[in-house]
Design a protein around this ligand. Structure first.
Ligand code: ZN
Length: 288
């Protein structure tokens, strides 16, 4: 029995974090940033190949919508096929997601013993979430990222520096940064609005809306979990000022007053940057 299959068979109740720690150690990657995907694949004796799924993979079942697929694991061939059009860090994430299906207890059995249609909706969701969690933990090396992130004063520059260091997208890095920060901070992500919004003219500006909010544990205990309403008006909102910047390192800094239902008005420091598509706002209380 190959080593990985044996490890899985002998340790069916391993947590995802244990699997990640074991994989990083066994492949010699612990503490070496960025995580080298080639080393992990080499240890597992897997190969990653890029394909144009729309043109090259005729053998894929017709019922699967090919354009939505980022990667596929072929267990018997020991190959992870990734979609050629993906960006570099999407390829890394998708490859490690498939590694998750390969190494996590229960996944191989569920995927290959049952056919995929036999799985319930919730089982599919759970297995996908587990594979994503494994991929993120391999890339950020469990607590390694959080320990490093917490060693600097709060700021967008830490997010963009660490994204470069870990080889991760600005969005994934900003999310992990806030989720795992020990100090109170929140990330508000603004996405462009395609459709026309009543009462607002966007002659030369795209429209923006709050897409989602992420908060650190100490932030949501003291303040809130979600921005409910924010008027984002061209010429007034700092979101527009940030969206015109050409580089992630050009941050826009200001103060932001937020009224919290039942708690009153609070002043926050606000720092914004853009990756060219979305605008990210890091906020934290004036007095930490
Ligand atoms: Zn998957």
């Amino acid at each position: 029995m190959p080593k990985v299959e044996r490890v899985i068979a002998e340790n069916l109740n391993l947590a995802i974090e244990d699997v990640v720690e074991g994989l990083l150690q066994a492949s010699g990657m612990t503490g070496r940033i960025p995580t080298n995907v080639g080393e992990i694949l080499g240890y597992l004796d897997l190969k990653q190949l890029s394909f144009d799924f729309m043109r090259e993979l005729d053998f894929m079942p017709e019922l699967i919508e090919k354009r939505d697929i980022r990667a596929v694991l072929s267990y018997n061939d020991r190959i992870i096929a990734t979609q050629r059009q993906l960006h570099r860090n999407q390829t890394v994430f998708s490859t490690l997601h498939e590694v998750g299906h390969y190494v996590l207890p229960e996944h191989v059995q569920k995927f290959y013993v049952c056919s995929i249609e036999d799985l319930s909706f919730f089982t599919k969701l759970r297995l996908e979430a587990e594979a994503n969690k494994l991929a993120a933990n391999l890339i950020f090396q469990l607590d390694h990222f959080a320990i490093e992130a917490n060693s600097f004063p709060l700021g967008c520059n830490v997010i963009t520096d660490l994204a470069g260091k870990y080889g991760t997208s600005f969005e994934a890095t900003a999310r992990r940064y806030v989720e795992q920060h020990s100090q109170p901070c929140a990330l508000v992500v603004y996405d462009k609005v395609e459709k026309h919004v009543e009462g607002l003219e966007f002659d030369e500006f795209p429209g923006f809306k709050v897409q989602y909010t992420i908060t650190s544990k100490s932030f949501r205990e003291k303040f809130f979990t979600k921005i409910l309403e924010e008027k984002i008006i061209p010429g007034e909102s700092s979101v527009y000022e940030a969206c015109k910047k050409l580089d992630v390192t050009q941050t826009v800094e200001n103060k932001m007053s937020i009224t919290i239902v039942g708690k009153g008005e609070f002043m926050f420091n606000s720092q914004l940057f853009t990756n060219g598509y979305k605008v990210f706002r890091l906020i934290y209380p004036e007095k930490l």
